[in-house]
Design a binder for this molecule. Structure first.
Ligand code: ACO
Ligand code: LMR
Length: 264
């Protein structure tokens, strides 16, 4: 019989050996000729399946909403400083990307993990938030530097509106909103932020679409796919900021002494 040499790599998402590349078994010609969008490509390469249009459009909305948030946020600031130090596109991009984490843009997976666990266990918002406080953990997906009760994040509202119209269930988002109502009773800036909105709504997408088993949802949440949405989206803005600085021929950045508190 045939002897199969052992392989060093196993891959299940794409195949470039044929006449044309395939993403999760779908040939490139189908992707182009059937008018697939970037949400479909993400579905194929990340989730290994085609998702209904309302899901792929939701993914595209997340990408568009998170593409940029001005020059002052951590990621853009790093990219701008790096570009002004004369570094290349990739260096400027990754310098911005490296700021994405638990405080900035990278709280989506933890928001999904904690909201899912608390909601599935039937914890009241009071029990959940106070339990987190006792453990000394800030609630991921809650809080914002400039957004507040009276200055809500439009992105969150747009995501919620879309989901209310198109999702069969918004159970997790409603739970996140109840948590927000409780945290807002403690402080004005403890709003549901864009990470928390995406985290909770993606749980609704995964469980409401009928496209994933319970085990698959647990695996997606455990591995942590969702920060990838912010990383992918914000790359668009970070690349834009890098080009902007180069176009403007901005010199080396040096932070002003007056803005530093020198103290012993
Ligand atoms: N859960 C519970 N309490 C909180 C939270 C939270 N998520 N955020 C702030 N607080 C409370 C705390 O009591 C904090 O006091 P402490 O420093 O003793 O813990 C107090 O509010 C003051 O907080 P600040 O430090 O002034 O809040 P800041 O404006 O610096 O932080 C931030 C904003 C980083 C977003 C914060 O709210 C946080 O860590 N949130 C959780 C992580 C998260 O969701 N990040 C994503 C933000 S959206 C984005 O980046 C695209
Ligand atoms: C962002 O999307 O970068 C923001 O929500 C963070 C911020 O502080 O504005």
């Amino acid at each position: 019989g045939k002897v199969r040499a052992p392989t060093h790599i196993i891959s299940t998402i794409s195949d470039d050996r044929g006449e044309e590349p395939c993403y999760a078994g779908v040939p490139m010609s189908t992707i182009i000729e059937q008018g697939y969008g970037v949400g479909d490509v993400i579905s194929l390469l990340w989730f290994k399946r085609s998702l209904p249009r309302y899901c792929t459009h939701f993914i595209e909305i997340c990408i568009m909403l998170c593409a940029d948030h001005g020059p002052c946020v951590s990621g853009a600031h790093n990219s701008i400083v790096t570009a002004r130090a004369g570094k290349d596109l990739v260096s400027s991009l990754v310098s911005g990307l490296l700021t994405i984490g638990p405080r900035f843009g990278g709280a989506i997976d933890d928001a999904a993990r904690y909201f899912k666990d608390a909601c599935d266990r039937g914890l009241t918002p009071y029990e959940f938030v106070e339990g987190m406080k006792k453990k000394g953990i800030r609630v991921p997906g809650i809080g914002h530097r400039i957004k507040s009760r009276d200055n809500r994040d439009k992105r969150v509202q747009l995501l919620q509106k879309y989901a209310h119209t198109h999702f069969p269930s918004v159970k997790y988002m409603e739970y996140a909103v109840q948590v927000e109502t409780y945290t807002l009773s403690k402080a004005n800036n403890l709003v549901l932020n864009v990470d928390g909105a995406i985290g909770s709504l993606f749980l609704d997408l995964l469980s409401g679409s009928g496209m994933f088993t319970k085990q698959e949802i647990d695996e997606i949440v455990e591995i942590g796919y969702l920060n990838g949405l912010f990383v992918l989206a914000r790359s668009i803005g970070l690349i834009g900021h890098t080009f902007d600085q180069k176009r403007l021929k901005q010199p080396l950045y040096r932070h002003p002494w007056e803005d530093v508190l020198y103290t012993k």
